[in-house]
Design a protein around this ligand. Structure first.
Ligand code: PLP
Length: 391
């Protein structure tokens, strides 16, 4: 395989220390499932942070092919990347306008700002327009409990009254964000819904959107007009403590750089973790610089006192534990039970994927799948596959 587009394919496969494989059919199937669960609402897609680390271009193209017409990103530059693959879509940018100069950037890219404050509203009204009377399409974010971004309910009421008179802005979508959607019984969910419904009613010409991935599974009124799934598209379980209904999309493999025997009592990696038996070690060429978190080390990190089990790899039908501390560029696995006959230098160990669910790896690292995905580094060889042509 020749090395064509480093943006898309990452590092040359002949020399890469690891491989990131993105299954676009699994992504498409996840979108179809979430769209079905969202019915009668329309399912958009959240593709911020380079589509949660998996690559905006291929992800957006696959979603457009499934009929997705509304995309959400955090920053305007991300919106431009989406625009390149979705010429006709509505592209909403969550973080709003930081400065008057930003307005022209949005307009040129045909991006729709999510206006989060009075300052955002004033900027979008006044800046970046050649034509005084041009409509100013946008989304409005109303605050219902996150206290992160969004107009306070008092401010939203004033805006609704004023805008009904002046028509200065054309709000197309009213959004808010759930704080506890992955905990269905949490009283916050219903409180936020009620507050959101009251605020949404102030803008009768706009659609409404409240549910993220987990919010979709709250169902019913939470679906509103448009849903905004993110992490579930990429295969993470949107609900706590249930069987994951999503298909695995991302897999990460590390290449074995060396196989070595160490005797019982020898020590491994930084901090000198002792090994309890004669051990065969697979030294792999992926480390925390690639997003394989140090907190998932087998030993020698604070998290192991709170939660004794560290990360695992998977090879030849077996799970193999991380040995000692994960380092920047290298991670050691205990492959004693497999033996030298089955392994060779250059083989790949799975770090995350269909055999090692990302939610499980995240929990071994004391974090969430969102952080794992968005930490994936730039040193992987990247493959975009359709299920069936897995390598
Ligand atoms: C990131 C984000 C989403 C998507 O959330 P998931 O939990 O990944 O589905 C939806 N809405 C807003 C405002 C977000 O910031």
């Amino acid at each position: 395989m020749t090395h064509t587009d480093p943006q898309l394919h990452g590092v040359d496969p002949r020399v890469a220390g690891g491989r990131l494989t993105v299954d676009l059919d699994a992504l498409a199937a996840n979108y179809r499932f979430l769209a079905e669960q969202s019915t009668p609402a329309e399912a958009g897609a959240v593709v911020k942070a380079d589509a949660y680390g998996l690559g905006t271009g291929p992800v957006v193209e696959a979603l457009v092919a499934e009929g997705c017409r509304k995309f959400f990103v955090a920053l305007p530059e991300e919106g431009l990347a989406v625009r390149a693959s979705a010429p006709e879509a509505d592209i909403y940018v969550f973080n709003g306008l930081f400065s008057p100069e930003a307005a022209a950037f949005y307009r040129e890219g045909r991006l729709l700002p999510v206006l989060n404050s009075q300052s955002d509203l004033s900027i979008w009204e006044a800046h970046g327009w050649d034509d005084e009377d041009a409509p100013r399409p946008c989304a409005l974010h109303v605050e219902t409990g996150m206290n992160r971004l969004g107009l306070t309910p008092e401010r939203a009421k004033i805006v609704a009254q004023e805008n009904a008179l002046t028509g200065a802005l054309t709000p197309r979508l009213i959004i808010s964000h759930l704080a506890c959607a992955d905990t269905p019984d949490h009283p916050m969910n219903r409180q936020q819904l009620e507050s959101f419904q009251a605020l949404g009613a102030l803008f009768p010409d706009a659609e409404s959107s409240l549910a993220n991935s987990a919010g979709i599974f709250l169902g019913g009124e939470f679906l509103c007009d448009v849903t905004r799934p993110g992490v579930a598209l990429y295969g993470s379980n949107p609900m706590n403590g249930t069987v994951n209904p999503m298909q695995s999309v991302a897999s990460v493999h590390a290449r074995i750089a060396q196989l070595r025997h160490v005797p019982a009592g020898a020590t491994v990696s930084y901090g000198a973790t002792p090994v309890g038996r004669d051990t065969l070690i697979a030294v792999t060429a992926v480390g925390y610089a690639d997003g394989y978190h140090r907190s998932g080390s087998g030993a020698g990190v604070p998290l192991r006192t709170a939660q004794p089990v560290g990360s695992h790899g998977y090879i030849e039908g077996r799970r193999v534990p991380v040995l000692g501390r994960v380092t920047m560029d290298l991670t050691l696995f205990d492959v004693t039970d497999l033996g030298l006959d089955t392994l060779q230098v250059g083989d790949f160990i799975e770090l995350m994927g269909s055999n090692l669910p990302m939610d499980e790896l995240a929990s071994a690292c004391g974090t969430i799948s969102y952080e794992l995905l968005t930490s994936l580094g730039h040193r992987f060889e990247r493959h975009y596959v359709r299920s069936g042509d897995h390598i």
